[in-house]
Design a protein around this ligand. Structure first.
Ligand SMILES: NC(=O)c1ccc[n+]([C@@H]2O[C@H](COP(=O)([O-])OP(=O)(O)OC[C@H]3O[C@@H](n4cnc5c(N)ncnc54)[C@H](OP(=O)(O)O)[C@@H]3O)[C@@H](O)[C@H]2O)c1
Length: 299
């Protein structure tokens, strides 16, 4: 008994000292998710839940279940057509909204100062919240300066806790930062074992901007879940190719947002904080880079 108490005490000190967030309420399995501190001091979980294609009842049920399992960061977008479903899932879970990190995105057809303000109000209404934790420009098209100005104002009013961008290349990011009053906190870009973007990551981080990786599994394209190297590495740690992929991204310091509507996969994707890939294994995964986007049709 004494030994157990001592172990609990040691664990508590460890977790307090490593800025881990403990997802407490409404959880089936308690999960520790480490946080990243953004350039404005706001903390965000390093692993969250993607919601592309999770619409209507699938979106609602997936989000509610993910919250019960311990996910706290949710990534949606106006163009996904599921902000309402995500909002309903949050409500159904019964969780205190302040415990969540809700991120949504401004679509290209709403670029510009006035349109951004209107689009933001629409997103809030659909989500059923009075602020979001993060608001991103989805793609670098149209009137970026006008949209950014509107976002800076909403940020100053406390209606967005962190503002950022998605799919910006180095020139576009540098251009925005040169004129911005408030620096973007995040650039969300495609990163997976087949499109690793190490130089882009370095450049974004040199600007003091956090990298968030979208499509961590490349949606399973090119046989990612059965890739021999990933499966072989996984066997060593008793993990799947999916878990190895997420762990590899997290060890690179990237925020990850895998998407699934399968409860087994939801649990699996959360279970990546009890092992560490060796340097040699990290290098083996680096060799999988095809150096090309897995989604050429989205260009
Ligand atoms: N900013 C942007 O332009 C942009 C672009 C694309 C995506 N995103 C964001 O990034 C998120 C993730 O990317 P994504 O949705 O494109 O794809 P993804 O997360 O790379 O892959 C999703 C696919 O992987 C499967 N899957 C998930 N976990 C699995 C596991 N443990 N084992 C086997 N299969 C598994 C899912 O199927 P099951 O449901 O059957 O598990 C689904 O088919 C999106 O949801 C979205 O929030 C942003």
């Amino acid at each position: 008994m004494k030994k157990t108490l001592r172990n609990v005490a040691i664990l508590s000190v460890f977790f307090a000292a490593t800025s881990l967030s403990y997802a407490q309420s409404n959880v089936e399995n308690a999960v520790f998710i480490p946080t990243k501190t953004l350039n404005n001091g706001v903390k965000m979980p390093c692993l969250g839940f993607g919601t592309l294609e999770l619409t209507d009842s699938v979106g609602l049920n997936s989000v509610a279940r993910a919250i019960r399992l311990g996910y706290r960061l949710f990534d949606t977008a106006a163009v996904y057509g599921n902000e309402e479903a995500v909002g309903k899932g949050i409500k159904q879970s019964g969780i205190d909204r302040k415990k969540l990190f809700i991120s949504t995105k401004l679509w290209v057809s709403d670029m510009g100062y006035e349109s951004t303000k209107k689009a933001f109000e629409r997103s809030l209404k659909k989500l059923g919240v009075d602020y979001v934790d993060m608001y991103l420009i989805h793609r670098p098209h149209g009137d970026v300066p006008g949209s950014w100005k509107a976002m800076e104002e909403l940020y100053k009013e406390g209606r967005i806790r962190a503002i950022g961008v998605s799919n910006f290349d180095s020139v576009q990011l540098a251009g925005l930062i040169a004129k911005a009053e408030i620096k973007p906190a995040i650039n969300q870009i495609e990163i997976n074992p087949y499109f690793q973007q190490p130089e882009m990551q370095k450049m974004i981080e040199e600007f003091g901007v956090q990298v968030e990786g979208w499509s961590p599994f490349a949606q399973g394209r090119n046989g990612l879940f059965t890739n021999k190297v990933l499966v072989q590495i996984g066997k060593k740690y008793n993990k799947t190719a999916a878990q190895v992929t997420l762990r590899w991204l997290i060890q690179r310091g990237i925020v990850v947002i895998p998407r699934t509507s399968n409860p087994v996969h939801m649990k699996e994707n959360l279970n990546v904080f009890d092992f560490e890939l060796s340097k040699a294994d990290m290098q083996k995964i680096s060799a999988l880079d095809k150096k090309t986007s897995q989604f050429p049709e989205w260009k």
